[in-house]
Design a protein around this ligand. Structure first.
Ligand code: ARG
Length: 616
């Protein structure tokens, strides 16, 4: 198969992928090993069949799905296929829509299909079919989410803090967003390898060794190892201003490290160990796990050979004693034009980009991934675009065209209240940040739920506190700047973790109060009330929300969906009295709907790494 190279953007993530067809719809729309189709997929196929009968089959080679409407006036789903056909044939889309509609056969899902406006086709779904569809969804192990990643491997590179430095809030965002992206990929069937590419190599270690030998405070190191290492690093900078010999000393220590000197190597290992111990506290608290932690140092020995290869291939060149890759002025990617990626400095040191080239080669050889995703803040955009391009040019194993490389970047956190800094203006430890979130959540639970035992309140505070920090990050578009605001993230109303968790707990509380709860089986969902129908419809859209979230690599799409679902549930709760429903069958149906809501919320929150609580 021949792949053309293509640079494109998914949202504003930078995607460098082999070109088959540019299609925002995941492969499942086009068939594949899918257990349950989403409603959008069912309807899309229905439209395509009719379009084919109307003689337009070959026009629609690239398929956009039928999408949910945002106004019930227009039915449940809307197709804009007629516009695509109209554009291709230069005919009036309204006419095309009417033609296609007239060719539509009966479909159990469709109560009514009608042409609207300049050429939309609106679908009103059949209630019984929709109820049945939701039941199938709930019984499916994947919750009806198409397994478009089946048989594919993803390597995801996130968190990746630097050793001997405090993990900063950018690393926290990378950790939270990366973890959610990993969970979302798993939910769509991908085989996932998470690799923590920690920064554990560089000339700073020579400086640290010099600092350690001269100024270390062992007690301080025991209490806050990273804090002490940061202090030594800063002290080195200050002292070196008046004593230039320190630089030579640091270079000598770095050289010893590279030569494998036992003492220096031991120190370096100790710095890594204490740093990883602190990072692990954050990971444990967030329930984040890595399959691999192959830091930069893992690739040291490969770097000289790689630079040689790149030079020999004419991809890299000598420039003032350094080795660089120059991107020409006509480069197809405008951002790269005239830029330079240094892969070896004058002094012989290798760089971040050199290591990334070695790393992708290792990942390609070890896991044969279809996709590699990197999650960092926006400042690294140029780096990734350069390195992706260099990798495709180099292509040492002929695999570059099989791998889609994606840099998904996020904005900077604004901190108007200073929550992220210590009084001295330093970045605070992320564990302390989470402690503070839990403390604040605890104060709220103590006040609002005194009936819970002490142990229960502690559990609620932990889930709500950590979940809120997480959700506050995930629920915003990653590529906009976000602000960190305790009150907003812990608010009981609005698009927040506490609101979603509370909605879930409300479901469980309704069930506890009912004698029917034990025999609960969501086998028939009542849609006699508009609020019930709205809720069933919302639940039925879960797979599409997950699909869209992953297609755009944006967890916030799933957050928005869950918020909508919780809203639909709360409207149902206020307008339809579940427990007071007289008629037994109807009451059981309504309870089934409560169960369906709870299961969907739980599954969705789980994909974001947030646990649920039966009481709060
Ligand atoms: N350690 C880097 C930093 O803190 C992030 C590494 C991202 N991953 C990569 N393969 N370059 O900025």
């Amino acid at each position: 198969m021949v792949f053309l190279r293509q640079l494109s953007e998914t949202g504003r993530n930078f995607v460098s992928k082999p070109h088959r067809f540019d299609n925002r719809v995941e492969d499942s729309v086009l068939g594949g090993a899918v257990s349950v189709q989403t409603i959008a997929e069912v309807l899309t196929q229905h439209v395509l069949a009719a379009a084919d009968k109307a003689g337009h089959g070959d026009v629609l080679d690239s398929v956009e799905p039928t999408v949910p409407t945002n106004n019930p006036k227009f039915g449940d789903y809307q197709s804009n296929h007629a516009f695509r056909i109209g554009r291709a044939l230069k005919t009036n889309p309204r006419q095309v829509a009417e033609q296609v509609c007239s060719q539509m056969s009966e479909h159990p899902a469709v109560k009514r299909a009608e042409v609207a406006g300049p050429g939309f086709i609106n679908f009103h779904l059949n209630d019984a079919w929709m109820g049945q569809h939701v039941q199938t969804q709930l019984q499916d192990a994947q919750f009806g989410v198409p397994q478009s990643g089946a048989d594919k491997t993803l390597v995801i590179d996130f968190s990746a803090p630097n050793v001997a430095k405090r993990m900063h809030v950018g690393h926290m965002r990378s950790t939270i967003i990366g973890d959610a992206l990993m969970r979302l990929h798993r939910a769509t069937g991908w085989h996932v390898i998470s690799d923590n590419h920690i920064g554990d190599w560089g000339t700073q270690y020579g400086k640290l060794v010099v600092g350690w030998d001269r100024w270390r405070d062992e007690d301080a190191f025991a209490g806050d190892p990273i804090g002490e290492l940061e202090r030594l690093y800063v002290r080195f900078g200050v002292e070196a201003e008046s004593d230039a010999s320190l630089h030579a000393a640091a270079r000598a220590e770095t050289a010893k490290l590279q030569a494998g000197d036992a003492r220096v190597l031991d120190l370096w290992k100790q710095f890594i160990a204490v740093s990883l111990a602190e990072f692990d506290q954050v990971y444990q608290r967030l329930d984040v796990h890595f399959d691999e932690t192959l830091g930069e140092s893992h690739y040291n020995e490969q770097l000289p050979g790689i630079v040689e290869e790149l030079e020999a291939a004419g991809i890299a060149q000598q420039s003032d004693g350094a080795v660089i890759i120059r991107f020409d002025d006509e480069h197809e990617n405008k951002t790269l034009r005239g830029t330079v990626l240094v892969i070896r400095k004058q002094d012989g040191a290798y760089l971040y980009g050199t290591t990334d080239l070695a790393t992708i080669r290792h990942r390609s050889r070890t896991w044969s991934p279809s996709r590699v995703v990197y999650v960092t803040d926006l400042r690294q955009q140029l780096h990734f675009q350069q390195f992706f391009d260099a990798w495709r040019a180099w292509d040492p194993d002929g695999t570059a065209d099989d791998i889609e490389l994606i840099h998904t970047w996020f904005g900077i956190i604004k901190d108007p209240t200073g929550a992220m800094s210590t009084r001295a203006g330093n970045v605070i430890r992320l564990v302390e940040l989470m402690d503070e979130a839990v403390r604040r959540a605890r104060a709220i639970v103590d006040e609002k739920s005194p009936q819970l035992s002490d142990a229960e309140r502690a559990e609620v505070a932990e889930v709500v506190g950590v979940g809120s920090v997480r959700y506050a990050d995930l629920s915003q578009n990653p590529q906009s700047d976000v602000s960190f605001d305790w009150d907003r993230m812990l608010a009981m109303d609005g698009n927040t973790a506490p609101y979603l968790l509370y909605s879930y707990a409300r479901c469980r509380s309704i069930q506890r109060k009912s004698d029917d709860a034990q025999s609960l089986d969501p086998s028939s969902l009542a849609m006699e009330h508009p609020r019930s129908r709205e809720l069933v419809s919302s639940i039925s859209r879960f797979p599409e929300a997950v699909q869209q979230s992953i297609a755009n690599l944006r967890p916030n799409v799933l957050c928005d969906y869950l918020f909508e679902l919780a809203n639909a549930f709360n409207r149902f709760y206020y307008d339809v009295s579940v427990l007071k429903t007289e008629e037994d069958d109807l009451r059981r149906c309504r309870l089934a709907l409560v169960e369906a809501t709870a299961l969907t919320l739980e599954r969705g929150l789980g994909m974001l790494g947030i646990g649920v609580l039966s009481r709060m």
